[in-house]
Design a protein. Structure first.
Length: 118
């Protein structure tokens, strides 16, 4: 069982930056692929980025490529999402997720709100 707790969301002006954190409980954090997703009301959950268990393999949605950076610290059981050059369309609830490599994400956090004003 893994529990995920996101933090770092908030209100920021367009062009600004935020760093989201996701702290995980459990001793097997380093075994999981970690992902960030986002969702706006009335729409499905959208993939943002993910990172392999060892931090070597990264993937990003086209919409955030070059602006967002995912990273992880296995010693701290934490995954991060550095978000730069934020745009109003980045406004959403951001969720982190954990899953075994090659399988569907099993564990989800409760989400943190990010609001970007124009």
């Amino acid at each position: 069982q893994v529990q995920l707790v996101e933090s770092g969301g908030g209100l920021v002006q367009a062009g600004g930056s935020l760093r989201l954190s996701c702290a995980a409980s459990g001793r097997t954090f380093s075994s999981y692929t970690m992902g960030w997703f986002r969702q706006v009301p009335g729409k499905g959950r959208e993939f943002v980025a993910d990172i392999s268990w060892n931090g070597v393999s990264l993937a990003y949605a086209t919409s955030v490529q070059g602006r967002f950076t995912i990273s992880r610290d296995n010693a701290k059981n934490t995954v991060y999402l550095q978000m730069n050059s934020l745009k109003p369309e980045d406004t959403a609830v951001y969720y982190c997720a954990a899953g075994y490599p090659g399988l569907a994400y099993t564990y989800w956090g409760q989400g943190t709100q990010v609001t970007v004003s124009s």
